[in-house]
Design a binder for this molecule. Structure first.
Ligand SMILES: [Zn+2]
Length: 345
């Protein structure tokens, strides 16, 4: 890496990886944490197209300033996987159950109480050290995909997981899709209506992959929550307006890799034109087609965590006059503080 390409101390990121796409209509066939997504092992739509290149991808992430990652658990099983991966790579994990998986509570041997108890025990056993749990989630409501779990089931098990955040004083990693009114209602009823639930022993949280309105962003912030922005948060002009309304002290960046790429058809595209070449090569390295795979190069169609810098750049362009490094540094500090990642500083 040439000195000019070396990421500045002030362009550092903590990446958030979802357990699976929160933004596509279908569940992936292999519902596993993103880092173990088959696409990072060379499999595209079930067919082996190239060699495993997870390590090369992680190296690109480091070059792009990604200092660590939070791997989210989408179910009890995935939370265990997320913790294992986090331990292997010295990252962090979340423990919880995604709304689209919430029928797992009822199907679990011993019932919903036993499932919640298992999540509880997993948290209790992993509160300290390398690869530790730093948030409860991802949990919330997803009314775009009620075919996986009806609203009443989602609501019940969203509510029950909030108790874990209070018990362990952990922040929440929250998912809300087409469910804003019920989402904030439940949070308010459970004591999270102000100061991110800190008055009832919890510790705030982030509403990740935000695609809501300006009013919704303001409501989350007023309740004391952070708002997480990725490529899917920057698709339309309305999206950009809402993201521009997020205050610097409440913003966080993510990518949702390998999904949620910033693409040329998105409203964000115009803002990426001004990305300097040295940063472009770090955040969006030249990719090859899966068939023409070259080890060390990204693969077309697969979003990578390096793109977090592109997300930050778009947000920088939406906040005219604020230097890029100020934008990235603020989001970094927000993330480190909320999740207590003190050893990264
Ligand atoms: Zn999500």
């Amino acid at each position: 890496m040439s000195p000019s390409a070396r990421p500045s101390r002030h362009r550092r990121y903590v990446q958030v990886l979802c357990s699976y796409s929160c933004n596509t209509g279908t569940l992936k066939r292999t519902p596993t944490v993103n880092l173990t997504d088959p696409v990072f092992r060379g499999y595209h739509y079930g067919r082996k197209k190239h060699d495993d290149d997870l390590e090369a991808m992680l190296e690109r992430c480091r070059a792009a300033g990604v200092k660590s990652m939070i791997i989210t658990g989408g179910s009890l099983h995935e939370s265990k996987e997320a913790l294992e991966l986090a331990r292997q790579h010295d990252f962090y994990a979340t423990v919880g159950c995604h709304p689209t998986r919430s029928t797992q509570f009822d199907q679990f041997t011993g019932g919903p109480e036993a499932y919640l108890q298992a999540l509880d025990e997993l948290i209790a056993a992993n509160l300290k050290g390398k690869g530790r749990v730093v948030a409860v989630g991802e949990c919330g409501l997803d009314y775009d995909r009620t075919h996986f779990a009806p609203p009443d089931v989602q609501q019940r098990h969203f509510r029950s997981q909030l108790a874990l955040a209070k018990k362990y004083h952990l922040p929440l990693f929250l998912h809300s899709r087409s469910a804003h009114a019920d989402f904030v209602k439940i949070l308010r009823e459970e004591g999270f209506g102000e100061n991110g639930g800190r008055n009832v022993g919890a510790n705030g949280g982030v509403v990740h992959s935000f695609t809501g309105t300006v009013q919704e962003a303001i409501e989350y912030m007023d309740m004391g929550f952070h708002v997480g922005v990725n490529g899917c948060s920057l698709k339309t002009v309305e999206n950009l307006t809402a993201v521009a309304a997020i205050r610097p002290d409440k913003i966080m960046f993510e990518t949702d890799a390998p999904w949620c790429s910033l693409t040329s058809t998105h409203a964000s595209h115009a803002h990426l034109n001004s990305l300097p070449p040295n940063l472009r090569s770090l955040y969006f390295p030249q990719a090859t087609k899966p068939e023409a795979f070259v080890y060390g190069k990204p693969v077309k169609g697969r979003n990578e965590p390096t793109a977090i810098g592109g997300v930050a750049w778009v947000v920088h362009k939406l906040n005219e006059g604020v230097p890029f490094e100020k934008v990235t540094e603020k989001a970094w500090k927000n993330t480190v503080e909320l999740f207590g990642l003190d050893e990264l500083v």
